[in-house]
Design a protein around this ligand. Structure first.
Ligand code: PXG
Length: 446
């Protein structure tokens, strides 16, 4: 039976128990937005409407939804091996996937530590940075540097180095010894830029200021998203990441790229690191690695970092860290099938080819009501809307409601910014449809 004509999942009659994450629960439960199923570019709501997915879920279903080879791989794995112990034992597919990811990684990032979410990957990378400095005899390097407007998940490590105020202010002081670089967005200098803005590389020099303040001997690592996603798509200014790399090298500071969003094709390469020709010491990834079909994330570390731990008695654990579900068989199977789809369908190259078409389509929304800025890079666009007077976030929330209930399109909204990041399988027609859908939404909330 065709997907859209199958009977729909029933609507639950009690929405109270589920505390919905990052969602206004009372408003949601009065008028819920429930998805029953998905295929390729579309979601299908519980009452059977097709909704164009303009954001690949939450930047994660890069190959489109419910892809047959990925579904089959998960089904087969579930029947074969549900779970082996993740510590002191493992299973073949975890090794196979790690090798495949290492082969895709830039430079000598040859080792993969598996986690289950981007937040865990970030906390893992920060812990590895601290522990690495211990094992190499530089235990005084305890400070971690993040950046304003950065999003690194919701663990205590991630919110500490992160720079989104609402995610931090309710949760005490989190980690101590953290400092932040300035963010790189300046509307006056950068408004309506396609790709990386010309202005702003000098902002990386602020790391020199932090080194002067704290001394390099106290700083373990700098973590940044090569392109800040959650805060509304802020591509790095031209030359900024190279400069950050140089300053880190000068002072023996590790550089971590959080590629949870940018990994697996979003910017037209497997990793943003490739697009910008800057190799960090660690990369965190999640989302696209399994096309979001099973939760999985990880950290890629350089050979130098991994080797530094491989000392001491061989029967002893080298890094006291890991998760029950690190490298879970269902995730590993989904990951292997996903990497095959990316390769067989040339989806990263496809994203690269579509970038100018997508940028043009998104920029053509300039002039629609309340549009204050549009930024595009890869298959990503951030569209800032003027907030309603005295009610920041309300226009954005209304956009989320209207698009689901009336317009049959979905794009992610953060406060008053709309973010489009379509699956990499999108056709030029799909991009046109997403563009027109967004235009309707903008007029509906004018
Ligand atoms: N780092 C980055 C750069 C992220 O974007 C995380 C870490 C955390 O991943 P987990 O798997 O713990 O959620 C993220 C997640 C949005 C949005 O629309 C962004 C994320 C998640 C949900 C929504 O801005 N990014």
């Amino acid at each position: 039976m065709a997907l859209a004509t199958r009977p729909v999942t029933s609507v639950p009659n009690d929405l109270e128990a589920f505390w919905v994450p990052f969602t206004p629960n009372r408003a949601f439960k009065k008028n819920p937005r429930l998805i029953a199923r998905a295929k390729d570019m579309h979601y299908y709501t519980v009452d059977g409407k097709a909704v164009m997915d303009g954001s690949a879920g939450m930047w994660c279903c890069n190959a489109g939804h419910n892809r047959d080879p990925i579904v089959a791989a998960i089904q087969q794995q579930a029947a074969e091996l549900d779970y082996p112990p993740a510590f002191q034992f493992s299973h073949p597919k975890a090794f196979e996937l790690a090798s495949r990811i290492a082969a895709l990684a830039p430079g000598d990032l040859d080792h993969v530590f598996f986690c289950n979410s981007g937040s865990e990957a970030v906390d893992t990378a920060l812990k590895v940075a601290l522990a690495y400095n211990n094992v190499r005899g530089e235990a005084s390097r305890v400070r971690l540097i993040g950046r304003e407007r950065g999003y690194h998940g919701v663990g205590f490590g991630g919110i500490s180095v992160g720079g989104i105020v609402a995610n931090r202010k309710m949760f005490g002081t989190a980690l101590s010894g953290v400092d932040h670089l300035p963010h790189t967005y300046n509307r006056e200098k950068q408004a309506f830029t396609k790709g990386e803005p010309e202005w702003g590389a000098h902002l990386a020099d602020d790391l020199d200021r932090l080194v002067a303040l704290h001394d390099a001997s106290t700083i373990a690592a700098v973590i940044v998203e090569p392109m800040s996603g959650s805060t509304g798509v802020l591509p790095p200014p031209k030359g900024y990441l190279q400069r950050l790399r140089q300053i880190c090298d000068k002072h023996g500071i590790l550089l971590i790229f959080d590629e949870v969003i940018t990994g697996f094709g979003r910017l037209g390469h497997c990793f943003a690191s490739e697009r910008y020709d800057v190799t960090p010491d660690m990369i965190t990834f999640a989302k696209g690695v399994t096309n979001a079909a099973v939760p999985m994330a990880g950290v890629m570390a350089s050979k130098g970092i991994y080797d530094a731990f491989m000392t001491g008695p061989e029967h002893m654990v080298e890094l006291f860290h890991g998760y029950t579900y690190s490298g879970h068989p269902l995730a590993a199977a989904a990951g292997l099938a996903t990497l095959d789809v990316y390769k067989d369908e040339g989806l990263f190259e496809r994203a690269q080819k579509l970038e100018p078409v997508f940028a043009e389509a998104m920029m053509s929304l300039k002039g629609e009501p309340n549009v204050e800025d549009i930024r595009t890079v890869g298959l990503l666009a951030g569209i800032d809307l003027a907030p309603m007077q005295g009610k920041p976030g309300l226009r954005g929330y209304e956009a989320t409601e209207r698009m689901y209930h009336d317009i049959n399109i979905y794009v992610r909204v953060a406060m008053d910014t709309l973010v489009a990041s379509p699956p990499l399988i999108a056709t030029e027609n799909d991009i046109g449809e997403i563009r027109d859908g967004i235009a309707k939404v903008l007029r509906a909330v004018a």
